[in-house]
Ligand binder design. Structure first.
Ligand SMILES: NC(=O)c1ccc[n+]([C@@H]2O[C@H](COP(=O)([O-])OP(=O)(O)OC[C@H]3O[C@@H](n4cnc5c(N)ncnc54)[C@H](OP(=O)(O)O)[C@@H]3O)[C@@H](O)[C@H]2O)c1
Length: 315
């Protein structure tokens, strides 16, 4: 849980993932990056592999995973593995977790879908963004808990977004059964859940040596914008918003996954490779991602409640 003093690092907006791990040796560490075949997941995996980690790309499209693994092997000289994982499919999550043996040092919950335009649901009838971005990662991480605990000093990274400022978790209507579906409220709710997951997982698992943090990677042109088209990024650029490259966008994930600068830190939210300040009001709508973390996203009672609800849903 965040206290008055924010954690700062020598890094900033323009830092790349490679720069974060320049002096870090991850030899002997095993890492999973969900959604590792696209966007910032690729650069997160590349930096971890280059630092010596044994990386698994957990992807739903294994052909894309194989292509990315080939690229990562060529650029890092390390072996990179691919395993199938569909976060909206509980059997797929169960199979992935069952196939994991031995300790897991780094889990980067990176995969995500954004602003799905029409209401879509998982097979269980859960809102697809909540199901994929939060519930899928919740099921994955809790199933992998024994492997994380066995690592004796594991880190879990929960990739959230500044879009969490658009909505708290609406516990009375998680799946838009009573309110009109809104693509951005659904995304925002799921991204708040990513932060609350970090808060409660860290509280529960710190004694097992597992530290969990959340982050906003920045605004980056990736496949994430597939449901809204290129206009969002083009408008942001035209209006002077600062965007990041995927290499810069992966930097905060890699800090939390691997840097000694945040050893022993947990339950916090970072952006631009530093801890973010708490904000108490939704910022005015701008095309640039708003800075800060909403108080509701770090609230321990919300976090505990979300954990119970998630447990009930995924079993
Ligand atoms: N880009 C930004 O500006 C930005 C800003 C804030 C936060 N973020 C967050 O950063 C993370 C990475 O996003 P990105 O920009 O790198 O987007 P991206 O290029 O679209 O990558 C997202 C990845 O998630 C995977 N994915 C989606 N649904 C999945 C499912 N059901 N099961 C398994 N994997 C699934 C996608 O796989 P497929 O290719 O098979 O669909 C893709 O590999 C997301 O959590 C996103 O919310 C991004």
């Amino acid at each position: 849980m965040t206290t008055g003093t924010l954690i700062t690092t020598p890094f900033g907006f323009e830092t790349t993932a490679a720069e974060v791990v320049e002096d870090v040796d991850l030899t002997g560490k095993r890492a999973i990056v969900t959604g590792g075949a696209s966007g910032i997941g690729v650069e997160t995996a590349r930096a971890l592999a280059a630092a010596g980690a044994d990386v698994v790309l957990a992807v739903r499209d294994t052909a894309a995973g194989d292509r990315t693994a080939g690229d990562l092997r060529a650029t890092t000289g390390r072996d990179v593995h691919v395993a199938r994982l569909d976060l909206a499919d509980r059997d797929s999550i169960a199979a992935f977790a069952a196939g994991w043996t031995g300790p897991l040092h780094i889990l980067v919950n990176n995969a995500g879908v954004m602003a799905v335009q029409e209401p879509e649901t998982s097979p269980e009838g859960w809102d697809l963004q909540f199901a994929t971005n939060h519930l899928g990662h919740f099921a994955l991480a809790t199933r992998l808990h024994p492997a994380l605990a066995a690592a004796d000093g594991a880190r879990v990274v929960s990739v959230s977004s500044a879009a969490h400022l658009r909505s708290p978790v609406i516990f009375d209507d998680l799946h838009f059964a009573f309110r009109p579906y809104d693509p951005w409220l659904a995304y925002g709710q799921s991204k708040t859940a990513n932060v609350l997951f970090a808060v409660e997982a860290d509280r529960r698992w710190a004694d097992d040596g597992i530290r969990v943090n959340a982050l906003m990677p920045g605004g980056i042109a990736t496949n994430l914008q597939r449901h809204i088209g290129p206009e969002l990024i083009e408008n942001a650029r035209r209006n002077g918003a600062r965007l990041k490259t995927p290499e810069q966008g992966a930097a905060t994930s890699v800090l939390l996954a691997a840097s000694p600068l945040v050893a022993g830190v947990g339950g916090r939210y970072f952006e631009d490779v530093n801890e973010a300040a708490v904000v108490d009001r939704r910022p005015a709508e701008t095309l640039a991602p708003a800075p800060g973390v909403a108080r509701y996203a770090l609230d321990p009672a919300n976090a505990e409640r979300l954990w119970s609800v998630s447990e009930e849903l995924v079993g």
